[in-house]
Design a protein around this ligand. Structure first.
Ligand code: NDP
Ligand code: ENO
Length: 437
C-alpha cells in the first residue's frame, strides 16, 4: 500500500490556506484531519460540515494522529502555537508550516518539536483563490532523517500540480523579501495615498488607463484581504525591513528630484537603473513584453473612457526599479519563486521602462505636470509609514494603518475583486501561452 492509504495529513489552522489544502488533499483521496481555534469548534463544525476531511477539536488531536502536520496559522503566532502542540507530534512524524516567512517558523520547530520528528515546510506562492496549477510551491526540506519522508511530502505536494521549488529557509526569505514584501509595500502605499487624498482613483481622469487599472486592482485586492498576512510576511522577515527601507528611500529621493525640477539628474538616475535591471531585455529586442496598456485597459472600475494623452509620473514604478538597482538585484532571477502579484508588478514596470517613449513621458510628467504632486507626496509619506511600521515590528499599528485604508475602499471590494480576478486570470493565461511557445 502507498502513502495515500497509510498516512494521515493533519492541518492546524483552517483559514483560507488551511482550508484550500484540506479540500485539495481530501478530494484527492488523502486521509486528512484538521482543526481551527478550539473555542470556535462548534462554529467551525457548522461551517465545514460538507467537507471531506475530519474536523477535530484542537492541535493536540491533530498532532496525535498525523504523519504530516502542517501549521497554517498567523505568522505572528507560529512560535506560540508550535510550542503548544509541537511536543504532542507523533514519534517519527513530519511537521511543516505554511507561513510566509520561514526562518522563524523553522526556529520554532527546532525549539518545540521532538528531535525524532522531521521538518519539511511548504509555501504556496499564491493566494487561496488562485488556481495552484503551475504556480511556484516552495518546499523546504530542513530536517530529513529518511528518504521515504521526503518522498511522502513530494507525493502530497504533487496534488497541487504546482511548480515545486526546493530552497533553504534562508534562501526563501531572502527571495520573498525581494519580491513579495516590496511588491506589497508599493501597493499598500498606493492605497494609503488614495485614502489620504480621499479619492477613488477610478473616479479621477488622471488615473484612467491600462497601467492605472493594474495598480488599482492589485491595491484593492491586497486591501480586501486579511491584514495579518501582509504584516506577518514583512515584519517576521528581517530581509524585508531592509528592502522596504530602500523602497522608501528611493521614492523619497526620486520625489525630491521631481519637486526640485532636476530633470537631467532624474533621467540619468533612471536610465542607469533601467540599463541594469532590464539589461537582458534591452540586449534582446525580440523579447515579447508580458503586458501592454491595451490588454490592461479592459479591466477598469471607471465609467469614463481612457484619455490617450494621459500620462503619470508613475513614481511607484520608477522607485521599484531604482530600488532594485540600488540593491543590485535583478528581479527576473527570482521568477522561480514569485507570486502572481509580483509578476504583474514586474510586467507593468517592464512595460513602462521598455516601451518606446513611456519612460520619457513619465519623466516629463514628473517634472512638469503638477496634477500628480499631491498624489506623489502622499505616496512618498505612505512608503515611509509602511517601512517604519514594519521595521519597528508594530503589529497593532500595522493593523490600524491597514484597516483605516481598508474601510475607505470597503464599498468597492466586491466589484474590484471580480475585475481583479479576471485581470489576473487573463494575465496568467497569457504567461502560460508565452511560456509554452
Ligand atoms: N492568504 C494568503 O494569500 C496566503 C497566506 N499564507 C500564510 O499562511 C498562513 C495562513 O494564512 P491564511 O489562511 O490566509 O490566514 P487565516 O487567518 O485565514 O487562517 C489562519 C487560521 O488559523 C487559525 N488559528 C489561530 N490560532 C490557532 C490555533 N491555536 N489552533 C488552530 N487554529 C488556529 C485562525 O483562527 P483566528 O482567525 O480565529 O485567529 C485562522 O482560522 C499565514 O501565515 C499566511 O501568511 C501563505 C500563502 C498565501
Ligand atoms: O500574490 C501575493 O503577493 C499575495 O498577496 C498573495 C500571497 C500572500 C501571502 C503569501 O505568502 C503568498 C501569496
Amino acid at each position: 500500500m502507498g502513502f495515500k492509504e497509510t498516512r494521515t495529513i493533519g492541518l492546524i489552522g483552517l483559514g483560507d490556506m488551511g482550508l484550500m489544502y484540506g479540500r485539495v488533499l481530501s478530494e484527492a483521496g488523502w486521509n486528512v484531519v484538521g482543526c481551527d481555534r478550539e473555542e470556535l469548534f462548534e462554529e467551525t463544525k457548522h461551517k465545514l460540515q460538507y467537507e471531506k476531511f475530519k474536523l477535530v477539536k484542537n492541535g493536540f488531536e491533530v498532532a496525535r494522529v498525523s504523519d504530516y502536520v502542517l501549521y497554517s496559522v498567523e505568522a505572528e503566532n507560529i512560535a506560540k502555537i508550535v510550542r503548544l502542540y509541537g511536543p504532542a507530534t507523533k514519534v517519527g512524524a513530519i511537521v511543516g508550516g505554511q507561513t510566509s516567512c520561514k526562518v522563524p517558523e523553522i526556529e520554532a520547530f527546532e525549539e518545540f518539536v521532538p528531535a525524532d520528528v522531521d521538518i519539511i515546510s511548504l509555501h504556496s506562492m499564491h493566494g487561496p483563490k488562485v488556481d495552484p496549477t503551475g504556480q511556484p510551491l516552495v518546499v523546504i526540506p530542513h530536517r530529513v532523517s529518511k528518504d521515504e519522508n521526503k518522498k511522502f511530502i513530494e507525493e502530497v505536494v504533487s496534488e497541487f500540480k504546482s511548480k515545486v521549488v526546493e530552497l533553504s529557509a534562508h534562501e526563501h526569505d531572502k527571495i520573498t523579501a525581494d519580491t513579495q514584501a516590496v511588491t506589497h509595500a508599493a501597493f499598500l502605499s498606493m492605497g494609503k495615498a488614495w485614502g489620504k487624498i480621499d479619492t477613488y482613483p477610478w473616479t479621477a481622469a488622471r488615473w484612467i488607463g491600462g497601467i492605472e487599472n493594474a495598480k488599482t486592482n492589485i491595491a484593492l485586492r491586497i486591501y480586501s484581504n486579511k491584514w495579518h498576512v501582509y504584516a506577518g510576511l514583512a515584519i517576521t522577515n528581517k530581509f524585508a525591513h531592509h528592502q522596504m527601507l530602500q523602497y522608501s528611500k528611493s521614492t523619497t529621493e526620486l520625489f525630491t528630484l521631481m519637486v526640485q525640477g532636476q530633470k537631467d539628474e532624474l533621467r540619468k538616475r533612471l536610465m542607469s537603473a533601467r540599463n541594469y535591471v532590464f539589461k537582458d531585455i534591452l540586449d534582446n529586442p525580440q523579447h515579447e513584453l508580458l503586458l501592454d496598456d491595451d490588454l490592461l485597459l479592459q479591466f477598469s472600475l471607471a465609467n469614463m473612457p481612457p484619455n490617450s494623452e494621459n500620462s503619470n509620473s508613475h513614481l511607484s514604478l520608477l522607485a521599484i526599479v531604482d530600488s532594485w538597482f540600488q540593491l543590485q538585484m535583478v528581479p527576473y532571477n527570482h521568477i522561480i519563486c514569485s507570486t502572481p502579484l509580483f509578476r504583474i508588478f514586474l510586467g507593468v514596470t517592464e512595460y513602462l521602462f521598455i516601451k518606446d517613449g513611456l519612460l520619457d513621458a513619465a519623466i516629463d510628467c514628473a517634472i512638469d505636470d503638477y496634477r500628480f504632486r499631491r498624489d506623489d507626496l502622499e505616496f512618498t509619506l505612505a512608503t515611509r509609514t509602511w517601512s517604519s511600521v514594519v521595521r519597528y515590528g508594530d503589529y497593532k499599528l500595522y493593523q490600524k494603518e491597514f484597516e483605516e485604508t481598508q474601510s475607505f475602499f470597503q464599498p468597492k471590494f466586491a466589484e474590484a475583486n471580480r475585475i481583479g480576478n479576471e485581470m489576473i486570470r487573463t494575465i496568467l493565461q497569457k504567461v502560460k501561452e508565452r511560456d509554452t511557445k
